[in-house]
Design a binder for this molecule. Structure first.
Ligand SMILES: [Zn+2]
Length: 294
């Protein structure tokens, strides 16, 4: 069973190690354009190992909030190319390459996604940084690449990477364009399952099969949640259609700045209150606390 621990007491930095328990820290819980909750980037820590899931435009700021920096976080796993998920990676790349003795950070990334992450997003600011470099720099010049293997969960193809005690399963999600009816029609985007205990949806439209499937495996789920219907995220109203026992394991994150003013987004015709605890969820995911799994 998980516990919720306060961290950053008295301004102390969040340790990037644990006494052995799996720890999940949302350094932000807000939507792409949130101003109050820093977007949704997530630290996963166990023992001596850690991974930062996504580092968006506000990622370096969110790390600074908890006493960390892109020089302290050593391993990154980008889920997809929206700026609230990768907009901070240029800072990661350049700060680490050009700070003396910083060393090369690691990136867990699939080969196919590596190519588009670099050629369509990161190369613009990083490819030609050095006057006498002789060739365009590549992602592997900035990051040590860690490559997931293909795996199967209940007969379906996924990818997995073992980072010390962290067993990370990566699954494609249906995020964008909004017309995509399958993951194959979608741009690369993924969610993750950690140690077969914690499922994090990643950015995704409502895809009932995933919470139903992982709801039976996971102890706790964290699900992308948008406060209105439509677009490229799962809406609160769609998540309300999940069975009670699935919602009862689910925290909601990636929420807009008006999450705590339900009168601005809950309609008279809706059969929910806008308070996720009253509506059968575990609640809004909290920023800057540790969800610990002993
Ligand atoms: Zn996105």
């Amino acid at each position: 069973m998980y516990t919720v621990q306060e961290i950053c007491k008295n301004g102390e930095p969040v340790p990037l190690t644990t006494d052995g328990q799996l720890r999940v820290v949302f350094i932000g819980t807000g939507s792409a354009f949130a101003k109050r909750r820093r977007q949704s980037n997530i630290l996963i820590i166990q023992g001596k190992h850690h991974v930062l899931i996504d580092c968006g435009t506000q990622g370096p700021l969110a790390l600074n909030d908890i006493g960390l920096s892109v020089l302290k976080v050593r391993t990154y796993l980008p889920t997809h190319s929206h700026a609230d998920h990768i907009g901070g990676l240029e800072e990661v790349a350049l700060m680490n390459r050009y700070t003396p003795n910083a060393g090369k950070p690691q990136m867990i990334v699939l080969r196919d996604y590596q190519d588009s992450l670099w050629s369509k997003s990161l190369s613009g600011g990083a490819e030609f940084c050095e006057a006498n470099q002789g060739r365009p720099l590549q992602l592997a010049d900035f990051f040590e690449i860690l490559r997931p293997d293909t795996t199967q969960v209940e007969g379906r193809k996924f990818w997995s990477y073992k980072h010390g005690p962290l067993d990370i399963v990566i699954m494609r999600t249906r995020h964008f364009p909004d017309t995509a009816v399958s993951v194959d029609e979608s741009q690369w985007c993924c969610g993750i399952m950690v140690n077969r205990r914690v499922w994090i949806s990643g950015d995704t439209m409502f895809d009932r099969d995933y919470p139903l499937r992982f709801g039976t495996l996971a102890e706790v789920m964290f699900h992308d949640c948008q406060l209105f219907f439509g677009g490229v995220h799962a809406s609160y109203q769609e998540l309300m259609t999940l069975p009670d026992d699935v919602r009862a394991k689910m925290f909601l994150y990636h929420y807009g700045d008006n999450w705590d003013k339900p009168d601005t987004w809950v309609n008279d015709s809706d059969d929910f209150s806008g308070d996720p605890v009253k509506d059968g969820f575990l609640g809004w995911t909290r920023q800057q606390v540790a969800y610990d799994f002993p």
